[in-house]
Design a protein around this ligand. Structure first.
Ligand code: MG
Length: 457
């Protein structure tokens, strides 16, 4: 029987009166630039006429201007029309960090829509397949000269509850070993000299020029460097993986990343050498644009092949999926085009029998955007977190579980939007990029920016 209403019953306590979604309008966009998380994280705050704020973020290490420049397309709009706004701004995104502005704004729009309608973001994406999200943390090769040291670092991850591991494996581990690499004579010395020139530049103007020279050198793609692994190099890397497995055992999944700019044939040789260590995947062995090379790689080894953190939009993933060139895709929400686009990418991958892992090296804002999206994708596998060793990372946001990652998993939040009640300005201010524009800097400059942007006539 239904309980009778008491005299004290007040139905208004169950009705949210602070948001009328149909009348919600974007009034302002602000940017704060955090550093050391461990990457640089340009945070976005979209402010509305009803006191509701939406949180987003530009991809790690990107310029906040990728988002700020979109202001003239957003002020006065209803943020709940997420897909309509996304289709207007998507032409201003691109691969890797260039996708960060469009994607970061899209995340903030979903956060607003969720808050306005009082539902968590995963529900807006179709509902969830799981209540908690498996996390892995990237483990780089710094300070780990051999596989035993790397294995010990990975073992510590397992002791903290992580059930999936990733490490670097490639040129960086063997660069100082004589005879491990082959390259046109003088090439490696030139790279070292360019790095030294940045360090020793006499002033900021000279440093900028030196950085551009270094960027040009590191921007040479794998097929064109002439850099190869020798037999000794292959032996060293095989031994490195064998040592890691001797410490962590055979059962826990182990993915590898950061091979270096070696040619396709070298990636195949390395993959074949380490097949017996049953890697979870080999990541970004070659630039993602080379679909035919990915096909050759995938057909030459039993190691699962993975790429995707630099691919923008579903159409960017389609050629690799249609070619059967990858076993795992690894999009970053803040490059792929945001939450709904990543859901579409995941569903497309599922049609081809490809698993979804996710790249994530940003703040809790992007992390929770990835958590909600991962929850809503059936073929989800594992989500990255780069910040488990940054003690203040969780404190950038208020109202979430602390710490976010517990025993290797993140619980999917049930609060409206991303599940973040507020941003912690005190912590953000303490970790601001000194070169950045300041705490919640204005983007007003971009409001009157005028351009005829249609892509056809
Ligand atoms: Mg990677």
């Amino acid at each position: 029987m239904t309980e009778p209403l008491t005299a004290n019953y007040d139905p208004s306590q169950y009705v949210r009166t602070w948001s009328a979604p149909s009348e919600l309008r974007i009034t302002d966009i602000r940017i704060s630039h955090v550093t050391g998380a461990p990457m640089r994280c340009p945070l976005i705050k979209i402010i509305t006429n009803q006191g509701v704020e939406g949180y987003g973020e530009v991809r790690d290490a990107a310029s906040p201007q990728y988002a700020a420049m979109l202001r003239r397309h957003l002020i006065g709009e209803n943020p709940c029309a997420v897909d309509r706004i996304f289709r207007r701004i998507k032409q201003f995104g691109g691969p890797a960090r260039q996708g960060g502005g469009v994607s970061g704004i899209e995340v903030a729009l979903w956060d607003l829509a969720g808050k306005a309608y009082g539902v968590p973001c995963y529900q807006l994406l179709g509902g969830k397949f799981r209540d908690s999200i498996r996390i892995y943390c990237d483990t780089d090769a710094d300070g780990k000269p051999d596989g035993l040291a790397m294995g010990t670092a990975l073992k510590k991850r397992m002791e903290r509850g992580f059930t999936f591991l990733k490490m670097d494996l490639g040129v960086n581990q063997i660069a100082s070993i004589p005879g491990a690499l082959s390259a046109p004579l003088g090439y490696l010395d030139k790279l070292a000299a360019l790095a030294q020139a940045v360090q020793e530049a006499p002033d900021e103007a000279a440093r900028r020029v030196a950085r551009r020279r270094q960027y040009d050198a590191y921007n040479v793609q794998h097929p064109f460097t002439g850099l190869h692994l020798t037999e000794k190099g292959l032996q060293c890397l095989e031994e490195y993986v064998a040592q890691v497995r001797s410490v962590i055992g055979d059962e826990v999944p182990l993915a590898v990343d950061h091979l270096g700019h070696i040619a396709l044939e070298d990636a195949i040789a390395l993959a074949r050498r380490v097949e017996k260590y049953h890697l979870a995947w080999l990541e970004d062995a070659i630039p993602w644009q080379y679909t035919e090379q990915y096909m050759r790689l995938a057909r030459a080894t039993t190691v699962p092949i993975c790429t995707g953190e630099d691919i923008y939009l579903k159409e960017g993933f389609r050629p690799l999926l249609e070619a059967g060139a990858v076993a795992v895709i690894h999009p970053d929400i803040l490059t792929a085009g945001g939450m709904l686009e990543t859901k579409k990418i995941a569903d497309l991958a599922q049609e081809y029998g490809v698993a979804l892992a996710m790249h994530m090296a940003e703040s809790p804002i992007a992390c929770l955007a990835a958590v909600h999206t991962s929850a809503a994708c059936e073929n989800f596998y594992v989500l990255e977190n780069h910040s488990v060793d940054v003690p203040w990372w969780d404190d950038l946001v208020c109202g979430t579980a602390k710490p976010l990652v517990q025993q290797g998993f993140i619980r999917v939040p049930e609060k409206p939007g991303l599940g973040i009640e507020a941003l912690n300005d005190e912590v953000i201010a303490r970790h601001m990029d000194p070169q950045g524009p300041g705490l919640w800097a204005s983007t007003e400059y971009w409001e009157n920016d005028i351009s005829h942007d249609r892509l056809w006539s």
